[in-house]
Write a protein that binds this ligand. Structure first.
Ligand code: ADP
Ligand code: MG
Length: 538
């Protein structure tokens, strides 16, 4: 079992996968947050968390995260400590809580750090884990963890998201791009001295109360109109906090500029950090990014949840099966010449509806076979055949029948294929259930094959297209021969070329077929002109 840990400046959380679900661990009082506070009572062992906040007369260390990687030592409880040693005490407490709740020993962990943490800060975090008896399997960036928790790894390729994280003491804004299945941090900005604590200090100063009381009042005003112990109402709180909150605006704009994006390019904006519960924060984010932020996750739990999911991925208990959100592979139908004609490209967000008009290749044809294909290969036969059916339509001269084919994937991932004979308006529909829910291995294999065979696939497609062209030209030449009087020599020359083209079709050599087709094309230019003239006369 691997645990996921959000080792925060103000609060920390730990969780693990349980029977396929990420679960954050609560203490006996049902609290999932553990304050990142360590108290050193005289003559006793260090105390971590809620109890540490209430120990009078002890040395109390808070916000140790700010000093990670600095190498500076601080004195507490009569000895000197490296920052990672203090963090290790917090991690050990989290580990104990998890072991108590899970009933097993915990040895491995994923731990999150801010995106801007440098190598020294990351190494110190890893060291803290080791000191606490944990093998740190991965150091994960907090915005990436949050994006995982919000399920944004299921957005399409190259999706862009912003993660706005306002915690107790720090503010970060990160712009991420999803490339394959990994998030890349395009830009990150922030202020390591801006957070809920600063709001509390401002309120405390205005009312001459303790920051502790100010914080209680401020948190109450997230959901209530009035604070219980201080004569403070929301409008007044907001006017005190506004100048501090406004400082996050410039960071957001700079992060967007650094990422080379406009707010409108983002697919999602998510909120992280306890202080983003404040209504005024949500309003500011909506204003800066021109869209409502996604608030489907608990802001103070999202990072930990993402760490647990990452742990699950490493454990293999989170299977990366793409469900419902995007099409894992392209969907299309087989067209003339055995080619794949894509209607819905891979990674299209569903639900989606797309269609195309097809025509008959043969005069008088009365039915068309629709083969529904899935995959990334150029030739129909290399893709998966999901279904096949015949559509009847009104016979018409070649190229004049009109059959519409529409693919619709509904929100449940079911593919509805609809065909319509435009002449009669008659519809045929079939349903295919397996179009979206495809195991990851199979998707990977298909994409791998398409990359591996990219060149030959392209050559095959060109050959099929050249062959189609030849198959159109040859009957037209027969017609011309019938209708026109040609000089014997011209006729022999064209006949010889026709024979060569027929041979080239049989031998799948693209270059040869193209060359012969070109020659035949040139030789019949005059023929074509004469034929048109004769047809006009007729
Ligand atoms: P960090 O990531 O820095 O450890 P958190 O994400 O846990 O911090 O955020 C802690 C901050 O969230 C504190 O300032 C706290 O007051 C604030 N917070 C928590 N709950 C609320 C709430 N309901 N309303 C307003 N602020 C809140
Ligand atoms: Mg945090």
């Amino acid at each position: 079992m691997i645990v996921g840990i959000d080792l925060g400046t103000t609060n920390s959380l730990i969780g693990a996968m349980d029977a396929g679900f990420p679960v954050l661990i609560a203490d006996a009082a049902g609290r999932r947050l553990t304050p990142s506070v360590v108290a050193f009572p005289e003559g006793g062992d260090p105390v971590v968390g809620w109890a540490a906040r209430e120990l009078p007369g002890a040395d109390v260390v808070t916000s140790i995260k700010r000093r990670m990687g600095s190498g500076e030592r601080l004195t507490a409880g009569g000895r000197k400590w490296l920052p990672e040693e203090i963090s290790a005490l917090i991690l050990a407490e989290l580990k104990r809580g998890a072991e108590r709740a899970l009933g097993v020993e915990v040895r491995e962990a994923v731990i999150t750090v801010p995106a801007y943490f440098n190598d020294a800060q990351r190494a110190a975090t890893k060291r803290a884990g080791e000191l606490a008896g944990l093998e740190v399997r991965r150091i994960l960036s907090e915005p990436t963890a949050a994006a995982l928790a919000y399920g944004l790894d299921k957005l399409g390729e190259r999706s862009k998201v912003a993660v706005y994280d306002l915690g107790g003491g720090t503010f970060d804004i990160s712009v991420l791009e999803l490339a394959g299945e990994v998030f890349q941090v395009l830009a990150t900005h922030g202020d390591t001295q801006l957070g809920g604590d600063d709001f509390d200090a401002a309120v405390a100063e205005r009312f001459g109360i303790s920051p502790q009381l100010a914080r209680e009042a401020r948190e109450q005003l997230t959901t209530q109109d009035e604070a219980s112990d201080v004569a403070l109402r929301l409008p007044e709180l907001e006017s005190i906090c506004r100048p501090i909150l406004e400082r996050t605006r410039g960071h957001c704009l700079r992060a967007l500029a650094d990422a080379g994006l406009a707010a409108g390019d983002l697919d999602e904006v998510v909120l992280v950090g306890g202080a983003t519960r404040m209504p005024m924060v949500r309003r500011l984010v909506a204003e800066v990014f021109g869209r409502e932020p996604n608030v489907t996750q608990h802001p103070d739990e999202a990072v930990a949840l993402g760490a647990v999911l990452q742990a699950g991925i490493l454990e293999g208990s989170v299977r990366n099966v793409t469900l419902l959100d995007v099409t894992p592979l392209s969907l299309g139908i087989e067209t003339f010449g055995g080619l794949m004609n894509v209607l819905i490209p891979r990674n299209t967000t569903i639900p989606i509806k797309k269609g195309e008009m097809f025509t008959n290749a043969v005069a008088g044809q009365a039915a068309m076979r629709i083969a529904v294909l899935q995959g990334e290969r150029e030739l129909a036969r290399d893709n998966w055949r999901l279904g096949e059916f015949d559509v009847d339509f009104t016979p018409a001269p070649k190229g004049q029948a009109r059959v519409g084919v529409q693919f619709e994937i509904d929100a449940n991932g079911i593919l509805h294929v609809l065909t319509r004979d435009v002449a009669t308006g008659r519809d045929t529909t079939i349903e295919i259930r397996s179009a979206v829910n495809v195991a990851d291995d199979a998707v990977e294999e298909m994409i791998g094959a398409s990359v591996e065979h990219a060149f030959e696939d392209m050559a095959d497609r060109q050959f099929a297209e050249a062959k189609l062209k030849a198959e159109e030209m040859l009957p037209a030449i027969d017609v011309a021969f019938e209708k026109l009087e040609l000089a014997a020599e011209d006729r022999r020359r064209i006949e010889a070329l026709v024979a060569e083209v027929r041979e080239a079709i049989a031998d799948p050599n693209l270059q040869r077929l193209k060359k012969k087709l070109g020659e035949l094309d040139d030789a019949t230019q005059e023929l074509a002109a004469l034929l048109i003239e004769s047809l006009m006369r007729e």
